[in-house]
Design a protein around this ligand. Structure first.
Ligand SMILES: NC(=O)c1ccc[n+]([C@@H]2O[C@H](COP(=O)([O-])OP(=O)(O)OC[C@H]3O[C@@H](n4cnc5c(N)ncnc54)[C@H](O)[C@@H]3O)[C@@H](O)[C@H]2O)c1
Length: 389
């Protein structure tokens, strides 16, 4: 590996930090890893070594490659050792004040041209950048879990970020074999914003008794081509985690009713029915549990699918309308970040924008709720007979 590769610093050696370290080290970088909890740091080092060894066993990596990658990773006890880093990615606890303190302390240690990135899922990049003197060097680099396996990385410039820092960050992460998309610094960035109706509308359909849980999952998976139905996916993510993201997005959007959380999901969290990890969620994961059957009624299934997909498309169109990302990046984010069967804007073209609009207008008319308001861009494009591609 070339000697001129940037030294990468990663702070926080939990789920995300450990994954990011693995990606950077296998891409040939020397990586310094710090955590303020020594046990977490040694746990992460052991974990990374095990994963690399498993990749060798599965013949996905040569033994020498794995050994070299592991040898490039250095656990570091003091952040003062980060002075040689060209890029630092922070993946510590999701707390604004703690992150701001870290960034402000780091700035006294690193060179002026060091890029300082945060992996935050829900905080504003701009607010983190504001803790730095040279705030133009701060950027969001948002990996998905598990970082070594998920191809998508969202790059989020703060208001202060320089175009050079944005471009260099994007090029570097691209060189690690990732698919990068650029997102505006708004709640949920692309994926965690646009995906909300996949859960929210499915919950709403269930809440109002249009269909039961296995039937909604069956419709989305078998008729829609999604890899998992929404309830199976929520159980997999963890209902506590999914609820927390939903609540944060709702609050951050100044309580826009479109993102309103569901009482059903809240109650699941209160009952500790967190999903797979707790043995019970929308489904029962105990070995002897009987699994409920879907009612495989195609007419009902298509109604469910059309309603959820129309809501997803509306969210993607509105994100384009508000310049959260380009149409290409919006579609890439959903196919690479959450494995949707198609980009939502491409899907809208296939269904016909007029069909999507009339479904949304029917929902809006029926419920009189703002969550179903069609995006102004969708209306304009239908009026002008336009398509996205
Ligand atoms: N878990 C996910 O699915 C996911 C996905 C994308 C982004 N994120 C974001 O990544 C960040 C980390 O999430 P995670 O799930 O890896 O968390 P985690 O709890 O698994 O790990 C966080 C680590 O940071 C350490 N830490 C806390 N404060 C620190 C400090 N001041 N200095 C040094 N180390 C400190 C902790 O000891 C812990 O080991 C968060 O900002 C989160 O929003 C998480």
């Amino acid at each position: 590996m070339s000697e001129d590769k940037l030294v990468i610093g990663v702070i926080g050696s939990g789920t995300m930090g450990a994954g990011i370290v693995q990606v950077a080290a296998t891409s040939g970088h020397r990586v310094l890893l710090h955590d303020n909890n020594k046990e977490a740091l040694s746990f992460a080092m052991d974990g990374i070594e095990k994963i690399l060894n498993r990749l060798v066993e599965k013949e996905r990596m040569q033994e020498s490659e794995a050994k070299d990658a592991f040898a490039r990773i250095h656990p570091i006890e003091e952040i003062t050792d980060f002075h040689e880093c060209g890029l630092i990615i922070e993946a510590i606890v999701e707390n604004l004040e703690v992150k701001q303190n870290l960034f402000s302390n780091l700035e006294d240690i690193v060179e002026d041209d060091c890029i300082m990135a945060t992996n935050t899922s829900s905080l504003s990049i701009t607010s983190i950048a504001a803790s730095c003197q040279l705030s133009e060097r701060v950027v969001g680099i948002h990996f998905f879990n598990p970082a070594p396996l998920m191809p998508l990385v969202e790059i989020i410039p703060a208001i202060q970020t320089s175009p050079e820092v944005l471009g260099n960050s994007k090029n570097l992460i691209d060189s690690w074999g990732k698919t990068t998309v650029v997102a505006k610094d708004t709640p949920g960035f692309i994926v965690n914003r646009v995906a909300r109706p996949f859960y929210g509308e499915a919950l709403r359909i269930y809440d109002e008794g249009m269909a039961d849980i296995p039937t909604i999952d069956w419709a989305m998976k078998e008729l829609g081509g999604f890899r998992m139905g929404p309830f199976t996916l929520m159980d997999y993510i963890g209902n506590d985690i999914n609820y927390a993201v939903t609540e944060t997005v709702f609050k951050e959007f100044f309580y826009d009713p479109r993102y309103k959380p569901s009482f059903t999901q809240k109650r699941m969290v209160e009952a500790q029915r967190l999903g797979k990890k707790s043995g019970k969620g929308y489904y029962d994961y105990n070995d002897d549990a009987e699994q409920p059957e879907a009612i495989k009624d195609e007419t009902l299934g298509k109604q469910i699918l059309n309603r959820v997909v129309s809501m997803l498309i509306n969210e993607a169109v509105d994100a384009l309308f508000l310049k959260i990302a380009t149409k290409e990046d919006l579609d890439l984010a959903m196919t690479k970040g959450v494995n949707y069967p198609k980009g939502l804007l491409k899907w809208a073209d296939e269904i016909g924008l007029d069909n999507v609009l009339s479904r949304l207008e029917a929902l809006y008319e029926e419920y009189g709720e703002d969550r179903y308001r069609p995006s102004p861009l969708l209306k304009k494009m239908v009026a002008n007979n336009q398509t996205f591609y």
